[in-house]
Design a protein around this ligand. Structure first.
Ligand code: TYD
Length: 401
């Protein structure tokens, strides 16, 4: 099919079969959710990695269950992100910051005391309400040229637009970039944070692939996308969030611009590491990981060991459904999000319970489906007195800690 960034012909590099939308938790385990193909494609021309089949954004995001967790890792990340942005002079105490896909406003709450003005925009009505209740002004809409125009009319041009983990969430990546380009002045910056395509393929993170993640951005593909809107990269930062994320800082291209050295440095590394063989190895490793996980949990079940999952994550649902696990293999899923508790994971039908529930009756093993919070979750479980449960970490290779 056609590359959604540059229009060239793409080729399929990984097929994970069919899965339901990963955040669509169910009220009853018997409900049979609709499943859609998860096929990853590569554009050899611009390096774009994209999902072949994209679902409608209205269906995915208007009523949403994902709430940014209040986590130590994230609080630390906000500090590092702020330090990076302040150092590059992308954010100042007198800045107006707009966050796109602002969810419950966790980052904006952090930035509120450090900048002049903050504003969020998010399409999920239930989530916007939570942000507004927490005192963060939030527009309930998709970020697109029309909503950008309203923001400019009501609030003026932001100095900084931040889009964390939402830029890959729409089938047409040009809409949000066009909106940002229209809204920013020449001196303004756009920060895009996303799971990094290089980490995804290098670390066998098959579970990053789900319907909300329609793109797996790299420096090469992001440059191609920005160039179509008269923008370019000013700097690049790597972060540990979501198992390895990239932070792109972009701006409108002016002849006098001198990009930070990080752009060339990371771009060279990426060119070296992302070759045809990288994708073939990724696909082979993913197939092997499936067999290993199936065999391990099968053996544990045969020994009457209890196995639960930790983290009702979107990632986890890709993994469980790709491997083919159901509640016959895995009894419960533990998650700290009240909105998710009491619901059932799509297709596998596994019931989501609270962390307190897991402490009362700890299983022998947790399959850590929120492996990106590995240290934090294991530390928390041990500190709460559970020294019994062992953790199965699925990526980059199946192992037990
Ligand atoms: P996240 O990694 O953001 O997942 P994804 O983007 O794949 O959906 O989600 C982390 C999940 O883990 C979230 O539902 C909350 C849960 N969680 C806990 O249950 N306990 C914890 O200590 C932490 C940090 C997260």
């Amino acid at each position: 099919m056609a590359c959604r960034i540059c229009g060239a012909h793409t080729r399929s590099i990984l097929d994970l079969g069919e899965s339901p939308p990963a955040n669509a938790l169910l009220s009853t385990p018997e409900t049979e959710p609709r499943s859609f193909p998860l096929v990853l494609e590569l554009c050899d021309d611009c390096g774009n990695l994209q999902l072949r089949d994209c679902l409608d954004a209205e269906d995915l995001y208007r009523d949403y269950l994902y709430v940014t967790p209040d986590s130590q890792l994230l609080r630390h990340h906000y500090e590092q992100l702020h330090a990076h942005l302040a150092e590059g002079d992308y954010i100042r105490p007198d800045s107006f910051v707009l966050e796109v896909g602002s969810n419950v406003g966790m980052l904006l709450r952090f930035l509120q005391s450090r900048t002049r003005k903050v504003l969020g925009i998010d399409p999920a009505a239930n989530i916007c309400k939570l942000a507004q209740d927490a005192g963060i002004e939030t527009m309930c809409d998709f970020f697109a040229p029309a909503s950008a125009e309203r923001i400019r009319a009501q609030h003026g041009a932001p100095d900084l637009i931040v889009a964390r983990h939402c830029m890959a969430h729409n089938a047409d990546p040009h809409v949000m970039i066009a909106a940002a380009a229209a809204l920013l002045d020449d001196t303004g910056h756009l920060v895009i944070e996303n799971a990094y395509g290089l980490n995804t393929v290098e670390n066998n993170e098959l579970d990053q692939i789900y319907h909300e993640h329609m793109f797996y951005f790299t420096i090469r593909s992001m440059r191609a996308l920005l160039a179509k809107h008269g923008m370019h990269l000013a700097s690049v930062l790597m972060s540990p969030v979501h198992g390895g994320s990239v932070v792109f800082v972009a701006k409108k291209t002016r002849p006098t611009d001198v990009p930070d050295a990080s752009v060339a440095l990371y771009a060279e590394r990426e060119d070296r590491l992302m070759k045809g063989a990288t994708y073939e190895r990724f696909a082979a490793n993913v197939r092997e990981l499936k067999e290993q996980l199936r065999a391990l949990v099968g053996d544990l079940n045969a020994e009457h060991k209890s196995v639960w999952t930790y983290g009702a994550t979107a990632k986890g649902n890709t993994l469980l459904n790709y491997v083919g696990f159901t509640r016959d293999d895995i009894e419960y899923c533990v998650d700290s999000t009240p909105l998710k508790q009491g619901k059932f994971l799509p297709k596998s039908g596994i019931r989501v319970v609270s962390e307190e529930h897991a402490l009362e009756n700890p299983p022998d093993y947790f399959l850590l489906t929120a492996w990106n919070y590995k240290d934090e979750i294991i530390g928390k479980v041990r500190a709460a007195g559970n020294n019994r449960s062992r953790f199965i970490i699925p990526v980059p290779h199946v192992h037990i800690v």
